[in-house]
Design a protein around this ligand. Sequence first.
Ligand SMILES: Cc1cc2nc3c(=O)[nH]c(=O)nc-3n(C[C@H](O)[C@H](O)[C@H](O)COP(=O)(O)O)c2cc1C
Length: 299
Amino acid sequence: MLEVKVHNLSLKNPVMTASGTFGYGEEFADFVDLERLGGFIVKGTTGSHREGNPYPRMAETPSGMLNAVGLQNGGVQKFCSEVYHRIKHLDTNIIVNVSGSSIEEYCDVAAQIDELERISAIELNISCPNVKKGGMGFGTNPDMAAQVVGEVRKVYHKTLIVKLTPNVTSIVDIAKAVEAAGADSVSLINTMLGMAIDVEKRRPYLSTVTGGLSGPAVKPVAVRMVWQVAHAVQIPVIGLGGIASANDALEFLMAGAKAIQVGTANFIDPAVTMKIIDGLEYYCNCHGIKDINEIIGII
Ligand SMILES: Cc1cc2nc3c(=O)[nH]c(=O)nc-3n(C[C@H](O)[C@H](O)[C@H](O)COP(=O)(O)O)c2cc1C
């Protein structure tokens, strides 16, 4: 009833978890039956080990949070030689979020992940700054987005999902550019650029001054963008941004997402994904829906 397809990936249900909010899955094994998920996206993986940004790098906001974790991770070699072997037995889609600060780094990481049999796809996080282009985000310019996707396409042979940033004037232009460059799917949205100030200390809350806003606060923007992109491209769209319930997930599916990801809500309730899957089943039963695909993109 809940099975969906995203390019070559068969998902037991449309519910996945978002990169950076679910570790490597194993951290959630006490709360979640990982094999019940449609899939999970592991945290942003870069060419080498990264410490991330200095603290403080998280702040609460009404209906959301600001983060500036800065892609803290052990690097691709550690992922391939250690983490992969701990999670590869899991019977679900395991997707690696690939991040980098140059096209060469993206390609290097993607090529190493390509060798791992049980990783069914990568999700290319193009929200990262391009250090060779003065720190401009890869994902904020259609030409630069197309260039990085085109180069990664040459070295990565399985399902290539490209994750889009909402911090642009026209997300449709970026989505079309990455589709033309060889993306098999797009996921959206990444966090929205935000800022908060501690007036007693007269300082920004985050060490990096600005950071990424996520959680329920961003959901209406994300639903709007998913709806716009789903109407503009042929490849499947994966929706995320503020999903915390089955109803939220249904909004994204009706807007045109083939699958969804749950991010910040995992921090509030680590078992929320199981409740969302139960809720989708319940909704289908209540409304006589035999196949969830019947409602995907009905708006
Ligand atoms: C603490 C934290 C770390 C994140 N790390 C990554 C990351 O490594 N790569 C990435 O593409 N997105 C990352 N994101 C963005 C989320 O995957 C997601 O796109 C965003 O938070 C919106 O979804 P949500 O509102 O459900 O959290 C991170 C978000 C948070 C809150």
